[in-house]
Design a protein around this ligand. Sequence first.
Ligand SMILES: [Zn+2]
Length: 249
Amino acid sequence: MPLTEEQKIRYGRQLLSKYVDENKQEILLNSKVLQIGAGGLGSPCSMYLIAAGIGELTIVDNDTVDLSNLQRQILYGMSSINNVKVEEAKKRLTDMNPSANIITKKIYVDEKNIDELVKNKDYIIDCSDNAKTKFMVNDAAIRNNIKCTIAGIKDFFGQILSIDPGKSACYRCIFYDVPGETSSDTGPLPVIGVSPGVLGPLEATEVIKSLLGIGEPLYNQLLMVNLLDMSFTKIPVQRYENCLCSLSK
Ligand SMILES: [Zn+2]
């Protein structure tokens, strides 16, 4: 379907890019993306995806908004306090782009429901705040052969990796398994709000590039971000032959 006049205006500035034409915009409009988490990473990630015209975004999060979230979770304001995050997110994102189909799931993602959640999705983004979920997202992406991006943040630092199942190194190839101590054991991690503010949009960028087949996604490269000294370092990584992502092929 050709773009409507309204769409040509709304997406006009990105349609000026030599990397995005009307056909590519239609790919975004027809894409179904699953985002795990609607917190610090998930806020800007979802906002940029919906602003760019991703047609369907499913957001999974089981939390309500707390005053302590507002320092970094920019989807929310004072009027959101105590309300369900995914519902507040849907309100904000729908206001931004009413034609987007935003599907909300107020649940904890777990081993039992993740395969159903990823079904028929074109891309999965991990915006969770814990290692256990990141491994679970990685494994589901591998099992179901869906590309994904996983990011993490702490303090002024972040890391991000994209995965092309069966082709590039997965999260488990690099980190092997959930560390013995998880954030739930050690309490909340320190976070400067700008860290998810940088890493979340980097995740959205990876989604857009991958869906459009342009640029070089972070396959086999772990990008380490240090906002204290402003270094962005790509560390080459490779598939581990005994990893689940190799054995399952
Ligand atoms: Zn692997």
